[in-house]
Design a protein around this ligand. Sequence first.
Ligand SMILES: Nc1nc2c(ncn2[C@@H]2O[C@H](COP(=O)(O)OP(=O)(O)OP(=O)(O)O)[C@@H](O)[C@H]2O)c(=O)[nH]1
Ligand SMILES: [Mg+2]
Length: 231
Amino acid sequence: MPPHEIDGTGQHHSHHHRHASGGPGERSLRIGVGGPVGSGKTTLVGALCTLLRDELSLAVVTNDIFTTEDADALRAAGVLPIERIAAVETGCCPHTAIRDDIAANLDAVEELEARLGDVELTLVESGGDNLTAIFSKGLVDAQIFVLDTAGGDDVPRKGGPGVAQADLLVINKTDLAPYVGSDVERMLADAIERRSGKPVLPASIRSPEGAAAIADWVRERCRAWHGSRVS
Ligand SMILES: Nc1nc2c(ncn2[C@@H]2O[C@H](COP(=O)(O)OP(=O)(O)OP(=O)(O)O)[C@@H](O)[C@H]2O)c(=O)[nH]1
Ligand SMILES: [Mg+2]
């Protein structure tokens, strides 16, 4: 029975009590990519695919509320074979609660891993306002949070779970900072102050190479997860 389906007894079944099974080395490393609408999450996921696809077996899960636009964009860009990209429509079901999004995502991740067989890294892009799901340790092993200079340079100062807790914070669109009156140095300093030593990286992903430092961080996480299997 698919998640959320109601059976003849009127009972609501969902899989939200499930947790990710398998530990380091036993399945793909699952990394969530979250952040405000338009900050560059899909662009980052595409760039990471381009930079890492020759050395790692990759899969991608996208989350849109009512469409599959992000998955369509990545498929159209040809960053991975289309069968390695899956879309979850988070708003498609009348019973959707945030916790159920974890189950729908977990189903998508596990389906990709089972079907493709060899996945080493799965990137999960969260819908813009769907923070809880992407920060669940039941879904992903690590999180990247993407802010951008056009979203206002006071966002890192204001903090919040993405800024404070993500394993990697990206300040994207540094190329736009002069045009939108944002101070990148201040954004970086404010972010560092709120993150007790966790990394912060500036980026401008106008081409995949703009995500090179982020790809290095992902590569390192993958190496730690898979041990000697990834060289
Ligand atoms: N100038 C500039 N534009 C960027 C950069 N990164 C992404 N963009 C552009 O910003 C827009 C939004 O990027 P997306 O990757 O779709 O953002 P998103 O966070 O996935 O958006 P949603 O999924 O709708 O929340 C696109 O037009 C990108 O081309 C950057 O570093 N610099
Ligand atoms: Mg997107």
